[in-house]
Design a protein around this ligand. Structure first.
Ligand code: PEP
Ligand code: MG
Length: 765
């Protein structure tokens, strides 16, 4: 063990995890081999320990951590706070301060840096782990740097980390924290590079993808990058597909990710020159050679300088599946742009539905175009080959239903019903939120074809369960075919559209028995396909405007803000017959032997609602927690921030409804297409609420899941798996991709933990 407080990247190699942590060791290795890594240094684990000894807090830290009762949530949080305060209140010795700030000066005058935790040991596999300590971006100035180094140290005492160390019998004396301080890259243009073609598994090709702004936009699939395929032998570009990019992701000074419009004059231009593409390809090939296996590399350009931000092995190459790519670039000009709400590309004749009377116009194979879909349009949506709407965001009705039905949909185009004409042939490219005149060939069409040809079910085993969201019984087979670990969200209001009459109207007309039978019949069709797997039924949660056109819907009250209005559990508690009808149907199914059901209470903001709901269940003979699982959707800040009260009232599980949680936390109407660019579940305010809820639920055995749209986003899912969520529920079309994300994230975490465990055994502190 090298006893130095500061080690520059040039002094570090991959074996030095005990000194500089996993992240530090990898960055040092790459930097030392002359790969263009943003330069930096590491405040070593030795510095952390020495400073704690000098400040006389090391013993106190060890004592506090050892004596905490981790099964007592309040005490755990209190001790975590105490430990963090101890670190934040301690002074970095002036000697170490000088060493850190002198090193900082060597990176440049007052430069922006990323300050990243790099632990020498993290928790064991199956617990909560690598990446759990904090990282801070865009840090500037010596005082700030010193503060953030301490903040990284303090993050070693997040409640979850303490909890798992205890549960896994891991001793705090074995765990030290190094801090990486690295030049911050502005990422004006960034991208991904695969040193083997991940689509075709062709190892003689390098694929480079480029976007304006942060590369996260590529990973999430929300922006189509320029794609270049390079022949590895000749180092010549074989094909290039240039895509228009109207917005990009940027990171502001606080480190928050934001969307920003791309200047119109460069939106359609090639983002990086051929020369730069080839320069990167050469670097990629060299990294592959160094690590002796194909690499998945993240890169970025700032002020015309090329950087490699990350490199890791490609995990998804399929040796039996070698093909050559035949991508051809798009030549047509988009006539409409919106949000790609349900992926896929399809061409067909337009049928515009201006009002419900025109619904019958829609024939099988048409592209259905309408202002905004409503539940009574679902039968026609099922016939359509693609859907285009004027209004709506990524979680609107059209989006949810089309994802479920597996139909490409572009929502929020603003003018589709005006611009398009009946019977004209268009191509709906929902991967990119675009609509083209005629039938066009896009490179993604080719990729789509490959996907169809190669589709096979995964046999990945993951510790985090991967479930599916479902709305209609006739999509149940498609959902089951994805081999999920159950249904994480069964949206009652969609099932009940089978009645073709407004459910509240039926209740008012005394038809609750009829409604109960219908619900039972529809649910039974689903339950039969999901025997022995949990099915989480969410009680009725339609907004008052959603069902207005269905028979009896005209009696629904008019509200200015239905999204914030009379829906979810608040409505059903005002009109409890609806709740009783649903609970009777569930009770009856349980009696028939379908015991794998859970009841999920939507849109609650006050624990009293939940307590009242349980009383109504008891009243009709359905015993929460005994006959079935009983729990809540966490989709209002009112709920997430008082989670301990729900835990006290007994919940078996929670499921994050991030569509509403985002809408309510960020103050963004889910259905308003003008503001969708701001709608992101990756906002720190959402992540913090999720982490907060998990930290309360985990220790007391309350299961945690997500069923909002963010559960189908790989970037979000990676974060959630690292936070220790128990399951993810994704849309039918995303299950496979999400299972792969979960698998890879867990694998990364396990390898990291095992590697550190082994090294720890060797290391003598
Ligand atoms: C959510 O809000 O994330 C959710 C899953 O519920 P819905 O989209 O039905 O409001
Ligand atoms: Mg919701």
């Amino acid at each position: 063990m090298i006893k130095k407080e500061i080690l520059f990247f040039k002094e570090i190699n991959k074996t030095m995890i005990p000194e500089v942590g996993g992240k530090g060791a990898n960055l040092g290795e790459m930097s030392n081999h002359k790969f263009p890594i943003p330069y930096g240094f590491v405040v070593t684990s030795y510095a952390y320990e020495k400073n704690a000894i000098d400040c006389k807090i090391l013993k106190k830290i060890e004592e506090l951590e050892k004596n905490v009762d981790v099964n007592n949530m309040k005490e755990l949080n209190k001790k975590s706070e105490e430990l963090k305060k101890l670190i934040m209140g301690s002074k970095i010795s002036s000697e170490l301060q000088t060493k850190i700030t002198t090193a900082y000066d060597k990176l440049g005058k007052n430069v922006l840096v990323a300050v990243r935790s790099s632990a020498t040991a993290e928790d064991l596999p199956g617990a909560s782990f690598a990446g759990q300590q904090d990282t801070f971006l865009n840090v500037q100035g010596k005082d700030k740097l010193l503060e953030y180094v301490k903040r990284c140290w303090a993050s070693l005492f997040n409640p979850r980390a303490i909890f798992y160390r205890h549960k896994q019998g891991f001793n705090i004396e074995q765990v030290k924290l190094a801090v990486v301080v690295q030049q911050q890259i502005g990422s004006e243009i960034s991208g991904i590079m695969f040193t083997a073609n991940p689509t075709t598994s062709n190892v003689s090709e390098i694929v480079v993808e480029a976007v304006y702004g942060l590369g996260e936009a590529i990973v999430s699939g929300s922006v189509t990058p320029d794609t270049f395929i390079i022949d590895k032998k000749t180092m010549k570009i074989k094909t290039r597909a240039i895509s228009k990019q109207t917005w990009k992701l940027i990171r502001d000074m606080k480190g928050t990710t934001k969307k920003e419009t791309v200047a119109t004059n460069i939106q359609s231009k090639q983002k990086v020159s051929d020369a730069i593409v080839l320069q990167y390809a050469k670097i990629g090939a060299a990294i592959e050679k160094h690590y002796k296996c194909p690499q998945d590399i993240e890169w970025a350009i700032e002020k015309n300088k090329l950087y490699i931000v990350q490199a890791r092995p490609i995990t998804t190459l399929n040796a039996e599946n070698k093909q050559t790519s035949t991508g051809s670039s798009i030549t047509a000009k988009a006539i409409l742009s919106g949000l790609g709400a349900s992926s896929g590309i399809k061409s067909g004749p337009v049928t515009i539905v201006h009002n419900l009377k025109e619904l019958d116009k829609v024939k099988t194979g048409d592209v259905m175009v309408t202002k905004m879909t409503t539940p009574d349009m679902v039968p026609q949506m099922k016939k359509a080959i693609a859907i285009v709407t004027d209004e709506g965001g990524i979680t609107c009705h059209a989006a949810i239903v089309s994802r479920e039905l597996g139909i490409p949909a572009v929502v929020g185009t603003e003018t589709a019903t005006k611009v398009l004409k009946d019977k004209e042939i268009i191509t709906v490219d929902a991967n990119n939120g675009k609509v083209y005149k005629g039938q066009v060939i896009h490179k993604d069409n080719v990729v789509e074809m490959h996907k169809e040809l190669n589709l096979k079910s995964f046999d990945f085993v993951t510790s985090t369960k991967v479930k599916v969201n479902l709305a209609f019984s006739d999509a149940a087979q498609r959902a089951a075919d994805t081999h999920p670990d159950g249904i994480g969200l069964m949206r009652a209001e969609h099932i009940l559209t089978a009645a073709k009459e407004h459910p509240y109207y039926m209740i008012k007309k005394g038809k609750s028995k009829e409604l109960q039978t219908l619900l039972e019949t529809e649910l039974e069709k689903i339950m039969k396909l999901f025997k022995n797997k949990p099915v989480y039924y969410r009680t009725f949660d339609a907004r008052t405007d959603e069902y207005r056109n269905i028979k009896g819907g005209e009696f629904e009250p008019k509200e200015d803000n239905p999204m914030l209005g009379w829906h979810g559990i608040r409505r059903d508690l005002d009109e409890p017959e609806m709740l009783k009808t649903q609970f009777r149907a569930i009770r009856s199914l349980i009696k028939k032997g379908y015991t794998n059901i859970g009841v999920m209470v939507p849109f609650t903001q006050n624990v009293k609602e939940y307590i009242e709901t349980k009383k109504i269940a008891e009243f009709v003979g359905l015993r929460p927690h005994k006959d079935c699982f009983f729990g809540i959707m966490v989709e209002t800040p009112g709920c997430s921030l008082t989670i301990e009260e729900y835990i006290d009232a007994k919940i078996d599980f929670v499921s994050f409804g991030t569509n509403d949680l985002t809408q309510l936390t960020l103050g963004l109407d889910r259905n308003n297409d003008k503001i969708q660019k701001w709608f992101t579940e990756l906002h720190p305010a959402i992540l913090k609420q999720i982490a907060h809820v998990i930290s309360y639920c985990k220790p007391v055995g309350v299961r945690t899941s997500i069923c909002g749209q963010a559960g189908s986003n790989p970037i979000m899912v990676k974060e959630l798996v690292k936070m220790g969520i128990d399951s993810i529920s994704a849309n039918i079309d995303a299950v496979e991709k999400i299972r792969e994300t979960v698998y890879n994230t867990e694998k990364e975490m396990i390898l990291d933990a095992v590697k550190k465990q082994t090294l720890l055994k060797k290391a003598k502190f």
